[in-house]
Design a protein around this ligand. Structure first.
Ligand code: 13P
Ligand code: ZN
Length: 270
């Protein structure tokens, strides 16, 4: 059997959460990440018949029954993942229509998957329907996006247009824009369902006054989506209180669309 710690997705996840912490997006236990795993790849490194324990999920996910996820633990600090991956991460297989998660590896201190597992699994289900190559859901608390959600309209089109105007490349990175949820209680099936609903039309979902979710084909795609939106939010906060003398117009953004072969969300540009 191969060493699980040499599995590319494992090393990439550890590097990514370490970097997320370094960016200041994941104070204390803030943030969570889950990756849909390939069964054949996993079978080379792990005995899939050895279930350590079964953890109830509290929701149904029939479409993902039998699927495997690498996921960060609840209450765990991203800064510690690199030193003790088997305590801070887990590999689970969903069973019983998604109502149970069989623990195959990790959470060695008796821990469990993130309290936001509902938002992750429900978002995976939605994004997989839209894109069979979808794999990753990422949540964190980037300072500028959270700050922006206190002072900017939460209208999704307006929020997205502001971000697109802050940096030329935003519209290339997230032409589908940013969807926004108002403040909601986190860690619940309700916010999970609402997040998944928003994932129908965009890969980025802002949780106002809390953080952001990204969905993508790999860890770099999710990290890059958040990094780009967060940088735009930072620029917005630097200039929002100053007179704006120059801006990126919708005409300019149409030129970017044409040059880079992207199509902005229907009706979101004038
Ligand atoms: P967990 O520690 O349960 O992953 O929660 C962190 C968080 O960001 C909640 O939204
Ligand atoms: Zn959070």
């Amino acid at each position: 059997m191969k060493d699980l710690m040499t599995l590319p997705v494992m090393t990439e996840l550890i590097r990514t959460v370490t970097n997320m912490y370094a960016h200041g997006w994941d104070e204390r236990n803030g943030g969570n990440v889950s990756v849909l795993l390939d069964e054949a790849e996993l079978a080379d490194c792990l005995d899939l018949n050895r279930v350590h324990r079964s953890i109830p999920t509290g929701f149904d996910a029939p479409e993902l029954d039998g699927r495997y996820f690498l996921v960060t633990g609840t209450g765990k600090y991203f800064k510690n993942v690199q030193y003790e991956p088997c305590k801070n991460l887990g590999i689970v297989r969903l069973t019983d229509g998604g109502r149970q998660a069989e623990l195959l590896w990790g959470f060695t201190d008796g821990g469990s998957f993130t309290s936001e597992f509902a938002a992750h699994i429900m978002s995976h289900a939605v994004r997989l329907r839209l894109d069979p190559a979808h794999r990753v859901v990422m949540h964190c608390h980037p300072n500028n996006l959270v700050a922006m959600s206190f002072v900017h309209s939460l209208d999704e089109r307006e929020f997205t247009r502001t971000l697109w105007q802050m940096e030329t490349e935003c519209i290339i990175v997230f032409p589908d824009g940013v969807n926004v949820l108002p403040w909601m209680l986190c860690g619940t099936n309700e916010i999970g369902l609402a997040t998944a609903g928003k994932m129908q039309t965009a890969r980025l979902v802002v949780w106002a006054n809390h953080g952001i979710y990204a969905a993508g084909r790999d860890l770099d795609e999710c990290f890059g989506l958040i990094e780009t939106a967060e940088k735009a939010a930072e620029i917005y906060l630097k200039i929002a209180h100053l007179p704006r003398l120059n801006t990126i117009t919708d005409e300019d953004l149409h030129k970017v669309e044409a040059r880079y072969g992207v199509k902005a969300r229907e009706g979101w540009l004038k």
